[in-house]
Each structure stands twice: as C-alpha cells, then as structure tokens.
Design a protein around this ligand. Structure first.
Ligand code: NAD
Ligand code: ISE
Length: 336
C-alpha cells in the first residue's frame, strides 16, 4: 500500500526530500504540505507538480485522515512540537536533524514514544547510509585497524545565514558528527571541550567561527573536529580514523580531474545535497519500507537523544571554556 506522506517545512531539504519521494523512490506519495510561509508551500507544490493539499498549520496536516506519515523538515527549534504531535496522532514521523535542540526536548519525545508503545520516529542521520562511512565502519568492525585510538574530522560549509549563531555550530552542524562517531565506534561520549581559533573575517558578529571540538569516548578514543561554517571555498566532510595497525580515511567524493589552461583541477562540492544524495535516497527509502512493514529500523529517538546529550555538553563547553563531562543516561530497554 502506498504510504501517504505530509511534509512540514518546504524549504531546501523539504523540497529535496519531496522531489526524491516523488521522482526517485518507490512506495510513497506526498499528499499534504505545510509551511509558515504558505506561498512557499504552494510554490513547491506547483514546481514539483504534486497533487497535495496545502495546510495552514502543521497540526492540521498531522491530523488529516489521508496522512499516514509525517516528514518534519522545518527549522530545528520547531521539530519537537511536530514530532510530539505526530506521536500523539499515532503516525510515523521522519524528523530531520536535530530531533530537538536540547536533550530535554529529545527526552520528552522518547517518553511519548515509549508511552505509545511502538517505534514511530526516525531521525535524519543520513551519514549512517553513506557508502564511504559504511566502508569506514566495516573496517573498524572487522578489526582491521586494531583499536581506534583517534579520529581527526572536519565539517566545513562555504557560509551560513545571519540567523546561524555560535551554539548552532553544535546542534545544527556538529550534531551529524556526534551521531556518526558513536555509531562508528559503538561507544558513548565521556567528555567534550570546545576551543575557538582566531575568528574568520567572513563570519558575522553572532557566530564564532571556526571552532575545534575535542571529544573523549568512554573507551578512550580521542576525537578532534574542526567546525568551520564560513570557509568560503566549498563543502567538505573529512574523517580519518587512526588505529593501532593502520589509518583509514573517509573516501572523497568522486570528481573529474580537468587539465586545462596550464592548470590541473578537481571540482569541490558547494553543499550537502550532492555529497549525501545517495545516502538521503537510501535513508528515506528505508523509512518508507519500514513504515509500510510496521517496524522502523533507522536512527531512533534514542540516537537523537544521545547526540543531543553530547551536544548539550559541547554548548556548555563553548560557554565555560572547560572540559565538560557528558553524562549519558542508561539506554531504555525500549530502544535496545
Ligand atoms: P530552510 O530554511 O531552507 O527551510 C525550512 C522551512 O521551514 C522554511 O520554509 C520555513 O518557512 C519553514 N518553517 C519554519 N518554521 C516553521 C514552522 N513552525 N512550521 C512550519 N514550517 C516552518 O531550512 P533547511 O535547510 O531546509 O533545513 C530544515 C531542517 O533540515 C533543519 O532542521 C536542518 O538542520 C535540516 N537539514 C538537514 C540536512 C541534512 O544533511 N540531513 C541538510 C539540510 C538541512
Ligand atoms: C545542514 O543543515 C546539514 O544538515 C548538512 O548535512 C550539514 O553538513 C550542514 O553543515 C548543515 O548546514
């Protein structure tokens, strides 16, 4: 049976996901959309040629009888409200990262899901579906590097909008790494520290950029991540795992090498869309399939919560300049 999806938030990723559900993936239709900017919602429906109703509020969309599942792609601070409403309506919900901007918000979502008695939520941590990250994970899991001692990583964006402020480097940007490392290493965080470098002249007044985040895992692996969201030159995600018997690098995206005009050059991507296109396809296809089968398997509310607990410690570390402990509660049996 076709899964009838309602999309809340018709901005960049809302449109990307709606396009892939309509044109690339199988088993689902977009039947409803909503955005605080109604004109933008209507424009997306027209551009994609959707037969979808435009709702004035996300709540009305969630309540609609013909909506089986909800895709939340609005701004991060609005996710909690919509995910809770979808759970209360007993509907599957795919929520883009972050699940909520604080661990407390994620905790409320877990409590509602546990009370509902079945998994209804999948979080958009798409790196778990990326081929390169899966190669890294297989290498670690097969013990080909020995123990993972260190990870060096970088998350660079060309630029960010005016509304992006210093803590967003953690809960909007680093949140991907915070999920990825615990998944890669099958471990939890023990502590976090944030160090600010000299500020780039390309960052606006409300964001300190770049930042270096230093993480310690419970089993002792040390991680450094450069978060640089106004790097100007391109979008790059790097990850190198240093083990006892070898070093593994996340593969670079394939690109043509062009020799021309006395130069040899390769294209660098400018945003996340192409970089993770295949991973987005796979994660959403899995969500559609699993929702139809009635058993969600992808990143859970617990994963959203665990990343947020580490994220809260990082934000505290931004403010204190100290090494902050990460106090990870015990995983509820529901999420085992
Ligand atoms: P965007 O600004 O392009 O779009 C967000 C849309 O949400 C806008 O159209 C805005 O009007 C709408 N909106 C805001 N508040 C709303 C509300 N209360 N109710 C309904 N609609 C509301 O942003 P974006 O880049 O598409 O990001 C959206 C979300 O997706 C963010 O949480 C972001 O972190 C996440 N995201 C994830 C990835 C990824 O790689 N997984 C990539 C980009 C964005
Ligand atoms: C964006 O919101 C994303 O989630 C991308 O995956 C991320 O790499 C980028 O830094 C964010 O702005």
């Amino acid at each position: 049976m076709t899964l009838r999806i309602g999309v809340i938030g018709t901005g960049m990723i809302g449109e990307e996901h709606s396009h892939r559900i309509t044109n690339t993936l199988t088993g689902a239709d977009i039947v409803a959309v909503s955005d605080v900017n109604l004109d933008q919602a209507r424009a997306m429906v027209d551009r994609l040629g959707l037969e979808a109703e435009v709702y004035e509020t996300g709540q009305k969309l969630i309540d609609a009888d013909n909506v089986d599942a909800v895709l939340v792609t609005s701004w991060g601070q609005t996710h909690e409200e919509y995910v809770l409403a979808a759970i209360n309506a007993g509907k599957y919900v795919f929520c883009e990262k972050p699940l909520a901007t604080t661990a407390e918000g994620c905790q409320r979502i877990m409590e509602a899901e546990i009370a509902a008695g079945r998994r209804l939520v999948q979080v958009g941590f798409m790196r778990r579906y990326d081929r390169g990250y899966n190669l890294l994970k297989d290498t670690i899991d097969d013990d080909r590097l020995g123990q993972a001692l260190m990870i060096h990583a970088a998350h660079r964006n060309p630029s960010v909008p005016e509304r992006y402020i210093t803590p967003m480097a953690i809960h909007d940007t680093l949140i991907h790494e915070l999920d990825t490392f615990r998944w890669l290493l099958d471990d939890e965080y023990a502590s976090a520290q944030v160090v600010f470098s000299k500020k780039t002249r390309h960052a606006h007044s409300e964001v300190s950029d770049p930042q270096l985040v230093l993480l310690e895992m419970a089993r002792g692996t040390r991680i450094d991540v450069e978060v640089f969201v106004n790097c100007q030159y391109g979008y790059e995600i790097q990850c190198t795992v240093v083990g006892e018997e070898g070093v593994a690098h996340l593969p670079e995206p394939q690109s043509l090498t062009l020799r021309q005009d006395g130069k040899r050059h390769n294209e660098i991507l400018m945003d996340w869309k192409k970089r993770f296109n295949d991973a987005f396809d796979t994660e959403l296809q899995s969500f559609i399939h699993d929702a139809q089968a009635g058993t969600l398997q992808g990143p859970s509310s617990w994963d959203g919560f665990a990343a947020a607990v580490a994220g809260d410690a990082c934000v505290k570390a931004q403010e204190s300049g100290q090494i902050e402990p990460v106090d990870m509660p015990k995983r509820p049996d529901f999420y085992r």
